[in-house]
Design a protein around this ligand. Structure first.
Ligand code: T4K
Length: 434
């Protein structure tokens, strides 16, 4: 299925919330004594975040916003939300887009509309919302291990976790790289399970030339502020199933099937008009966002290719990618531990993250419910201990990336800093830069 492209495609995004001068490196690092953890000033005056929002043409957004105010129609399936749904469905090449107030509500509504109950198989190596959306409805998330080479669900591990109580599988397209779609479809078919995807990271990406959003019974996007494509807060469930789409529209709006006619115990999952306006604006700027992300990704990759023990997770460039995450894997024999790297970076004002450490199974309530889950998740543990997610997006530029990779150059030399990671590596220095 080939996707239709949004009609207007201006070039690069115009916005950077951190003024470029402040996100330029303020020092060069030649040796360990130049590191902030060793007493030198930080490299960046203002912290660099992994999730700075990409924002399209501000004037275009403000025009849409003032139309909304003039119209006096702010929510409840307004004209902008309807246009947004049409444009998203057209972009993905699916029959239905049901816009939501966020991705988590999208997951909850989709799982409910699919009648999932009992046990549902999910990866533990994902943002905790994937598991919470099930637990919130008293469906048991069963964590299956990942393939360490893809960081996505391992189909063999999924098969091993199926029991008579299993009703479905939620694959996650982690980092925008497709889950093993074909294998999961075969497993779901064989065991008569429902299959859906958490495509929160996958907007604008393809698998075998087909846009993510087209697979399984339905797929769920997040359009949160930190996502490559955002609607402030927002999400959508996309599907080719007419009945499912209708059911989700009902659930999204308290179960109203017309004035005064409630036919289902629904919730409130509606997308506001202002969120949809942001979405339409960003859709027009999306090619620019991708171009910037691609350039940053390639720059990081080229720099880390020269540093043994560090590798940037690769995107298949034969497919369409959004390149929204730069995911660095730190090998166990790299001279500095992953958690110490995070401390060093935070001290420099680089707020790299350890997504999705320590895995959902190590978070509550799952840790208490299933204290032994880790026994069947060795690859989840291994990968979660190695990953560092680095800043990218339209607020970043090449000089800042050169500065960041130069920090790693010193760490790779093995002369940097052997000071122990602070006791609370789990919260590594983050509050100081918030
Ligand atoms: N499934 C998956 C696989 C997901 O990744 C997510 C969300 C979901 C489901 C649920 O979708 P939503 O219900 O959120 O639509 C962030 C996001 O809040 C979350 O949406 C996202 N995944 C997750 C991967 O990242 P945190 O806890 O890292 O957020 P926070 O506040 O630390 O922000 C991240 C970085 O972005 C910081 O460095 C600050 C910066 N930032 C953040 C915001 C909100 C900005 O620069 N501007 C902003 O407006 O979860």
């Amino acid at each position: 299925m080939q996707s239709a492209r949004p009609s207007a495609m201006p070039s690069a995004p115009t916005q950077s919330s951190t003024p470029a001068s402040q996100s330029r490196p303020m020092k060069t690092i030649a040796s360990a004594k130049d590191l902030a953890v060793n007493g030198a000033p930080p490299m960046f005056a203002d912290p660099l975040h992994v999730g700075r929002p990409n924002i399209g043409d501000p004037e275009g957004f403000l025009r849409r916003a003032s139309d909304i105010l003039r119209r006096g129609w702010l929510s409840n399936n307004g004209p902008v939300a309807q246009e947004f749904e049409r444009r998203i469905a057209e972009f993905i090449g699916v029959k239905h887009c049901v816009a939501m107030c966020n991705g988590t509500i999208g997951l909850e509504i989709a799982t409910r509309a699919l009648d999932l109950k009992g046990e549902v198989i999910v990866p533990s190596y994902t943002f905790v919302a994937t598991a919470h959306a099930l637990q919130w409805q008293e469906i048991t998330p069963i964590f299956a291990d990942i393939d360490p080479s893809t960081q996505n669900l391992d189909p063999a591990a999924v098969s091993r976790m199926i029991t008579p109580k299993t009703t479905g599988i939620i694959g996650v397209h982690l980092w925008g790289r497709p889950a093993p779609v074909d294998e999961l479809q075969a497993i779901a078919r064989k065991h008569s399970l429902r299959l859906m995807f958490d495509a929160s990271h996958g907007f604008g990406c393809t698998h075998g030339g087909t846009p993510l959003g087209s697979f399984g019974d339905c797929e769920v996007f997040s359009f949160h502020a930190t996502k490559f494509f955002n609607t402030f807060e927002g999400g959508a469930v996309v599907t080719n199933d007419d009945r499912l789409a209708e059911k989700m529209r009902l659930m999204r709006n308290f179960g109203f099937a017309g004035y005064d006619n409630v036919i289902y115990p629904g919730t409130n999952g509606k997308m506001t008009e202002i969120a949809a306006a942001m979405g339409l604006t960003n859709l027009e700027a999306m090619d620019g966002f991708v171009a910037v992300n691609r350039s940053h990704y390639r720059q990081y990759r080229a720099a880390f290719a020269k540093m043994p023990g560090l590798a940037v997770l690769e995107y298949d460039e034969a497919q369409r990618n959004n390149f929204q995450y730069v995911v660095l894997e730190v090998a166990p024999d790299f001279p500095v531990s992953r958690d110490r790297i995070i401390e060093v970076l935070h001290a420099e004002g680089v707020l790299a993250r350890r997504y999705f450490w320590p895995g959902c199974h190590n978070m509550e309530p799952y840790r208490s419910f299933y204290p032994h889950a880790g026994l069947v998740l060795p690859n989840t543990k291994r990968v979660a201990e190695r990953v560092v997610v680095l800043p990218t997006g339209s607020a970043m530029h090449a000089d800042a990336i050169r500065g960041i990779t130069s920090i790693f150059g010193v760490l790779a030399s093995g002369t940097a800093t052997s000071a122990p990671a602070s006791a609370a590596a789990g919260t590594a220095a983050a509050p100081a830069f918030r």
